[in-house]
Design a protein around this ligand. Sequence first.
Ligand code: ASP
Ligand code: MG
Length: 473
Amino acid sequence: MTSKASITSAPTVMKFGGTSVESAEALRRMASIVADRSGERPVVVVSAMAGVTDRLVELTEYALQGQLASADERIDALRQRHLDALGELSGDRTGEAEAAILALFNALGDLVRGIAAVGEVTGRTRDAVLAFGERLSPWLARTALLAAGVRAALLDARQIIITDDQFTHAQPLWPESQRQVEERLAPSIEQGAVPVLGGYIAATRAGVGTTLGRGGSDFSAAILGAMLGARRIEIWTDVDGMLTADPRVCSGARRIKVISFHEAAELAYFGAKVLHPATLLPAMQKAIPVWILNSRHWASGAPDGERTGTLVTTRAPRTRAPFKCISCKRNVAVIDVVSTRMLQAHGFLKAIWDVFAQHRCPVDMVSTSEVSVSLTVGDTTMLPEIADALGEFADVRYEGRRAIVCLVGESLRHTPGLAGQVFACLGDINIRMISQGASEINIGMVLDDDDVPRAMRLLHDRFFADLDPAVFA
Ligand code: ASP
Ligand code: MG
């Protein structure tokens, strides 16, 4: 990844998630926030309106099952939702946005009928359907921005982010994308316009549409931010930032004002849904600060974390409390694999990983001994097949309804004896597996899913009672 930002002052990349563009009201708020940043050369990346991508997934299923009437009903509802939002905004004076939205829905209808006709769908076609949410929402965003007096310029993300052809989870090709950023995006910023692009969508070198994986708009923002050498990447959402625990599971959770990339990555990996894990990499490599901000409560001016927001940065301050956050990933399965053949330890591990790789099943936590391995997976759909394949060379047992609880914090590295305190605090709760990651910034354990609320409360009360005001709100 090279950055030759030909831009005199670094832009701010602002990504608005689905809830931040879900209605005319949300879009107007988005436009005020962007207008407030007008001195910072903003670049706006938008997700599909909330729920639209899920509806597109459903549509594809209806089409596959030949239920065209149901598919058409969904398309009509989506069209109406976009037109209603557009109608409530006053920026589409020439009717250009309305014509574009209607044309996109016609194209979606054709595509869905095509899927129904052939009765099958390739990754490429799937991505073509999934892309509609992020092809539509920029028209609404542009309209709202124009109405707010912002000189918005619509750009097609599929001409800027160039990827390989792993449809539904494509990976960016950096030099190609960098070239497009310099040729198409940078000049628009130079001319004083505010570029508006859909997140999540991209295209191959040959111009075939791809997507970056569900939740991928964050990734789009990070890719563009890194390539532009942005001063800051802002992820606008509907929560106040990252919290010390999931408030639905644990009352008294507090907002984290500042957290390191490593800590945030660990959290994203173990269940916190606020940030897409891959988001962090490009920003982290370029040391670009990432802010998570609430578009429903925002304050004018650069973010400072006093009212809302979490800053994700290279180096977060050391804290009195050893941990920044507790996360949990619920309803995972634990698989125990015991070697039956006299495979060498390394051959045994390789054989296990090969099985998971062949089934494209990500493993979250692992603990091993000479002859046995325990691991957890979040996606249990392939478990019977995986168990069969492992059964060729091992005894296999698996059990569902488990959960991973994970404590994360960089101060963990410098605080001896913490694991003991964690387990002591959990009292009689049965701990099924333990891991302290190589990153040395998390302690993870597997429990019965039913024990999660009690465990989270015990841990939160014990480790988050006395918090530094510089780091926690
Ligand atoms: N709209 C896409 C999704 O729902 C991408 C995103 O919102 O980040 O997965
Ligand atoms: Mg998201």
